[in-house]
Write a protein that binds this ligand. Structure first.
Ligand SMILES: [Cu+2]
Length: 238
């Protein structure tokens, strides 16, 4: 009797995984355990950048993500702060185009609820996060795979670019024309700004207090400017 029970248990153990992977029609479960083409689950401690993602419907019956496309440098670990500002349930899934297309097909048959590290599903008004390390260069996709939502506009490309070394940013030359320390602004007659793709001209830049203290009108400088919160800012000077 004992022997018979044991045999039954063994048969069940062998059958169960085969059945569960069959119902998922593929290696859905295994995929998350290993590194995916798009990268791998990231650690909160490694986050290099935060990207806010909004999901909502429009009055015209469209559904969308904001932003509509995402650009990332190879190796970056991103915290996606995802918020559902719509009135329906939505999800944010990142994968290859093929992966999403396959998943979408399955979802059309059965509205599965994802709980993989590369996705988050949110009820209306809720927010959550996905932390992901993009270890491979390529074009990937973010999407909502709830039936009908992709077709209503809920998808966009993720471009993972080759990493450009910070050391490659060249200093530009300039002459300080005017300083407005109160407003944190400085007018510089400058040469081309290669990293910003800007020709030589005279422009107003932001600069923090410490930077301005080291500046005087008429001074020749070498500097690096970048967009900080949408404003052209002097980030380095020598
Ligand atoms: Cu959706």
């Amino acid at each position: 009797m004992k022997k018979l029970l044991l045999t039954t248990a063994v048969i069940f153990a062998l059958t169960a995984p085969a059945f569960s992977s069959g119902s998922h029609s593929g290696n859905h479960d295994e995929v998350t355990a290993i590194e995916m083409l798009i990268g791998k689950p990231g650690n909160a401690a490694d986050v290099t950048r935060v990207i806010d993602v909004t999901m909502r419907e429009t009055d015209d019956g469209d559904m969308l993500f904001e932003p509509t496309s995402i650009e990332i440098s190879e190796g970056e670990t991103i915290r996606f702060n995802v918020i559902n500002k719509g009135e329906l349930e939505h999800e944010f899934v990142i994968d290859t185009f093929e992966g999403n297309a396959k998943h979408k097909k399955m979802m059309a048959k059965l509205d599965m609820e994802h709980d993989d590290p590369n996705s988050i599903r949110l009820d209306e008004g809720r927010s959550g996060e996905v932390i992901w390390t993009f270890s491979n260069v390529g074009t990937f996709e973010f999407a909502c795979l709830i039936p009908g939502h992709y077709e209503s506009g809920m998808h966009g490309p993720i471009l993972v670019n080759i990493k450009t070394a910070q050391a490659d940013v060249e200093y530009s030359t300039g002459k300080i024309k005017k300083i407005n320390s109160k407003a944190g602004k400085v007018t510089i007659i400058h040469g081309p700004l290669a990293n910003l793709d800007m020709p030589a001209m005279t422009m107003v830049f932001r600069a923090d207090e410490a930077m301005i203290t080291n500046m005087s009108e008429g001074q020749d400088i070498e500097f690096i400017a970048d967009r900080v919160k949408g404003k052209l800012t002097v980030t380095k000077m020598k």
